[in-house]
Design a protein around this ligand. Structure first.
Ligand code: GUN
Length: 262
């Protein structure tokens, strides 16, 4: 960061939040705190739920053309009536620190990318930092979302894993998961993955963030039954979540370098 400042580059992140979804508000607050911690300038655009598509797109257009803005992120989900796909498509691929734009998704697919999506990148960083090799391993990704499941599978494939993507129509989830050396759960079903489903010594990564009716936060993995069988496991909260934010900071610095004008 000091080197960037010497070159007159100040990374900045514009975060747009529309409406007042409580979970989104917490995520956005944590992203802002991380920016402050890293010395990244953060700009927050908190818009009312009644914001029109045109107003939102006009703001994105303004930020796309503002040279002082390195990265742009629009927190999802958006309130009903707003077109998420159009919003994702409107963000300049060079400022798309979420890596949700189809141009960036395509670049990931071919393995020549500027940005990696934050959560899958955070999972890969956790795996690498833990000294776990993906090459030749059987990997089960549970969930096929554009935000996590699909890009996660691609990143594991890039690291030479043999990847199975499981989803709600998978005929026998236990049969698939029990074969996997690395399990990544990103499906949004509280404690779906239980100890009896995983292979002894498996690596279990929980991307789930589910709020139970009693207010407790829980992942997609039943931690207590899996921790005794897994060789490595991430908790919720405090596992993948902080890594997602760290990768967002990394992408913002990358965006600042990519967009530097001189
Ligand atoms: N909503 C849940 N996760 C994410 C994320 O990584 N980025 C954005 N923009 N919205 C989200």
């Amino acid at each position: 960061m000091e080197n960037l400042k010497k070159d007159g580059i100040i990374p900045s992140l514009a975060v747009i939040i529309v409406g007042d979804d409580p979970a989104s508000k917490i995520y956005v607050k944590n992203k802002k705190l991380a920016c402050e911690y890293c010395g990244i300038k953060s700009l927050e655009y908190a818009l009312p739920a009644e914001t029109s598509q045109e107003e939102l797109l006009a703001l994105i257009d303004k930020l796309n053309n503002d040279n002082s803005v390195s990265g742009i992120l629009c927190q999802l989900p958006l309130p009903k009536g707003l077109d998420e796909e159009a919003v994702i498509n409107a963000i300049s691929p060079k400022k798309d620190v979420d890596a949700f734009h189809p141009v960036n998704v395509g670049k990931i697919m071919v393995g020549n990318f500027d940005f990696l999506p934050c959560t899958p990148a955070g999972v890969m960083e956790l795996i690498a930092l833990s000294g776990i090799e993906v090459k030749g391993k059987k990997c089960a990704v549970i969930g096929r979302s554009n935000i996590v499941g699909k890009p996660m599978s691609m990143l594991l494939l890039h690291q030479h894993g043999t990847v199975t993507i499981c989803h709600s129509k998978t005929a026998d989830l236990k049969a698939e998961v029990s074969q996997a050396d690395i399990v990544v759960a990103a499906v949004g079903v509280p404690e779906l993955i239980t100890g009896d489903m995983i292979k002894e010594g498996a690596v279990v990564i929980d991307v789930g963030m589910n709020r139970l009716p009693d207010g407790k936060l829980t992942g997609d993995v039943e931690y207590e039954s899996c921790v005794v069988r897994a060789s490595a496991i991430t908790p919720v909260p405090g596992g993948v979540g902080p890594m997602t934010i760290a990768m967002l900071m990394k992408n913002t610095v990358k965006a600042a370098l990519l967009n530097k004008t001189k």
